[in-house]
Design a protein around this ligand. Structure first.
Ligand SMILES: C[S@@+](CC[C@H](N)C(=O)[O-])C[C@H]1O[C@@H](n2cnc3c(N)ncnc32)[C@H](O)[C@@H]1O
Length: 273
């Protein structure tokens, strides 16, 4: 997601929703209880964060990890083992990390990673926690993997128990998803999991992407399993893929990137070997 903010909302109207009149109950609760924003100021506070194009659609207000069926199990795992590590790939503002902290996971166990450093900086502005948040926020490119040296090399050396990777793979065609997945595979400890939510399809395949001439691949559970079988055989690892397709959050014709085959894909990918 290329962020090209020139600070002028008027020039990029198509990328922005109008200022919000209300926010969803989950993010309201997080901003009131975690960030201590007075209830009457929550909407004003969100509207004043100067968003990037794309981010202007306020997608960072959706707490995706919270909707994953393993959410409570992830909290249990992280709390029961203080040396366990949660890594959020493509973390954007780091909104899902803040929800974990609000639910009792020490922020020092959590790492956010994104190619866009300014998004993670804006996260501090939104959640007002620069002084208390101990999580590391790393700027790195998932596609470059170990070739970029630090911080990727340290991530590989330490490994993660839980990786959250939502709304990321679906941005890319299948061949690029496989390259990204091979790099991500290096980061997962044996027995660790990759969880997430992304756009899936009952008719899996490449679909036109937002960038003219490019495509992105939408999976069902079968094609996702096949992809991770390939990743496993090319990296000397082994994975179990579980997932489901449903219609939660589908906007149909109101969303120009959805079609009648679009579904929400929730997945859990466990590293077996
Ligand atoms: C659609 S947003 C999803 C954000 C969040 N995970 C969620 O579920 O709402 C995709 C995120 O991936 C990041 N991203 C895109 N390409 C990346 C790359 N090559 N390496 C690391 N992060 C990347 C973007 O900057 C953006 O924050």
């Amino acid at each position: 997601m290329a962020a090209t903010n020139d600070g002028n909302k008027d020039r990029h109207q198509q990328w922005y929703d109008p200022d919000l009149e209300e926010v969803n109950p989950e993010i309201r609760s997080l901003l009131e209880n975690y960030s201590k924003v007075p209830p009457a100021d929550v909407v004003k506070h969100v509207n004043k964060i100067n968003p990037y194009p794309c981010i202007g659609h306020y997608r960072f207000l959706n707490l995706t990890l919270l909707t994953h069926p393993l959410y409570q199990e992830i909290i249990r795992r992280l709390k029961s083992n203080p040396s366990s590590v949660y890594l959020d790939l493509g973390c954007c503002f780091g909104q899902d990390l803040r929800q974990l902290v609000q639910d009792g996971v020490p922020s020092s166990q959590l790492i956010g990673l994104d190619i866009e450093g300014p998004l993670m900086d804006l996260g501090y502005e939104l959640f007002l926690d620069q002084k208390t948040m101990e999580s590391k926020f790393l700027v790195a490119d998932i596609f470059k993997g170990e070739s970029q040296g630090e911080p990727w090399t340290s991530l590989v050396a330490n490994g993660a128990d839980v990786i959250h990777c939502s709304a990321f793979f679906h941005l890319f065609p299948l061949n690029e998803q496989i390259e990204a997945a091979k790099n991500i595979a290096q980061l997962v400890k044996k027995g660790g999991i990759i969880v997430g939510r992304q756009s899936g399809s009952v008719k899996p395949g490449e679909v036109p992407a937002i960038k003219p001439g490019s495509t992105s691949f939408r999976h069902d559970v079968e094609t996702l399993t096949k992809m991770w079988d390939q990743v496993g055989s090319e990296t000397g690892t082994k994975w179990k893929v579980e997932g489901s397709l449903d219609e939660v959050g589908m906007k149909g014709k109101k969303n120009p990137v959805e079609d009648e085959n679009s579904r929400r894909l929730l997945f859990t990918i466990t590293r077996l070997e």
